[in-house]
Design a protein. Sequence first.
Length: 172
Amino acid sequence: MNNVAFTIDNLGHVGGTSGLPGDTAHHAFLWKNGAMTDLGTLPGDVDSGVLGISKGRVVGISVDASENSRAFLWENGVIFDLNTLISTGPPLFLLQASAINARGEIVGFAVQTTTGDIHAFLAIPIYPSKDVAAELANRVDTSSKMVLSENARRLLRQLPRLGRFGSGSITP
């Protein structure tokens, strides 16, 4: 099996991607306290990987069979498509969440839906009331998909730290 660790936090928790039996798919994993947890993928996707960890929150990338990607957040045993959690604003579709800090701020890459250009993003959380938090925890949205242009896929393959998801080099 092909396993790659991409990140480690200050508590020694490790995240990356791990091959499933037969190496036909890879899932994001979180290793902590000597146990490895399969975080799965977003609904409809086949591969995923962890790229950042902080305070029990995990971020990364989930990819479908056609190499279309979505940024994810995993928290308290639930995986969320970050595109379903952002407020309306710039026409961006979040492709990859690369890191998260102790304040919950997430950085990564997005595609501008009107032009197809790839941009960096910074997502700053707004902490909701308990009622809104409960609603988000129960939300399952599989409609958040975007078919990338071949140019966007080519650009994403050139990004570092993608391992299984592209030809980019793995950096510490």
